[in-house]
Design a protein. Structure first.
Length: 150
């Protein structure tokens, strides 16, 4: 099974493999700063909108490219919401983990899931797969939203 991502300051090429170094650029630094200030998961469009509100002229395609590399480097977490949209947040943990996200307010917490890891390994092994990876996204209603609803 694949271990958790590395969180070192690797300098990667673009996700397309074009050899373009995108980390260490002014845009990368600004995108990293914005991600560090956003407490919850946000879409690339939301992050782009926040950059524009701050007066930054960074294109949406550039935001997507940086987010992809930061995700591959393990610097940002990415989940898919219930509509299938990818949402991003600066990673708080260096260990492999999953998220439980409130479908009402968007609050998300990181959780380790040894049972999930064992299950994924078992299913893959039984199917003859090796070198597996997986994504698990758990949605529910957080205690604060339950209290507000009652």
């Amino acid at each position: 099974m694949t271990a958790g991502p590395s969180h070192g300051p690797a300098q990667r090429s673009s996700a397309a493999g074009g050899g373009t170094r995108i980390r260490g650029t002014r845009q990368g630094t600004i995108i990293g700063q914005v991600l560090g200030e956003l407490p919850e998961f946000r879409s690339a469009q939301d992050i782009h909108g926040e950059l524009r509100r701050r007066g930054e002229r960074i294109g949406l395609a550039t935001v997507y490219r940086h987010l992809q590399v930061l995700r591959q480097d393990g610097v940002v977490d990415a989940i898919q919401d219930q509509n299938g949209e990818t949402l991003y947040r600066r990673c708080e943990s260096t260990a492999h983990h999953h998220h439980v996200t409130c479908r009402t307010c968007g609050k998300s917490i990181e959780v380790e899931g040894p049972a999930i890891e064992r299950w994924a390994e078992k299913v893959a092994t039984e199917a003859g797969f090796t070198d597996i990876d997986h994504t698990v996204e758990i949605f529910g209603t957080c205690p604060d939203c339950v209290r507000r609803r009652d």
